[in-house]
Design a protein around this ligand. Structure first.
Ligand code: ADP
Length: 163
């Protein structure tokens, strides 16, 4: 079985991630969307919420499974017996980071290959950071995330009623 993982923080999942996940699911027998537990960056949503939002986004794709992980990505690959790591590439600035990470993973685990998919033009400037920033200022993110994620963001940033 050709199994790949698509790792990320998914804080929260957006249409750019969803497009990469769906396209990758056509390349492999099984795609594990791997939600990283404790990235170095500051998170908005707890791991279980990020996983639930991600799971709902791919609920209609039979060969996508969503799992959480912590530790090294290559260790998770061997745990689930995956030989491929899928990553998405947006702007040029992604390339250097992704290139370095792919080489590091190759060094740590030569049997695992990184497969990078180029984003669609309309998702080039879409990132979880942008989505969080707009949502935190009560902006409209409905063109960037699925409805269930927009609702979760709305809930998160709803102004508190202090009366
Ligand atoms: P990480 O914390 O590992 O960067 P992210 O959740 O930000 O995790 O992203 C996971 C993967 O999705 C990365 O490979 C990232 O490059 C890719 N990605 C993020 N945004 C987009 C987008 N708009 N189009 C395509 N790929 C994207």
């Amino acid at each position: 079985m050709r199994r790949a993982i698509f790792p990320g923080s998914f804080d929260p999942i957006h249409l750019g991630h969803i497009d990469i996940g769906r396209r990758a699911s056509e390349l492999f027998d099984e795609l594990i969307v791997a939600v990283y537990d404790k990235p170095l960056k500051k998170l908005l949503f707890a791991p279980d919420v990020r996983m639930a939002l991600t799971r709902e986004a791919f609920a209609d794709v039979p060969n996508i499974v969503v799992k959480g992980y912590s530790g090294l990505t290559v260790d998770f690959c061997s745990e689930v017996d995956a030989k491929f790591i899928v990553r998405g590439l947006r702007v040029f600035s992604d390339f250097e980071y992704e290139f370095r990470m792919a080489l590091a993973n190759q060094h740590l685990s030569p049997g695992v290959d990184t497969v990078s998919l180029i984003t669609r033009q309309e998702h080039t400037f879409l990132s979880s950071t942008t989505v969080r920033e707009i949502a935190s200022l009560q902006g409209n993110v409905s063109a960037m995330v699925p409805e269930h994620v927009a609702l979760a963001l709305e809930e998160k940033f709803r102004p508190k009623d202090n009366t």
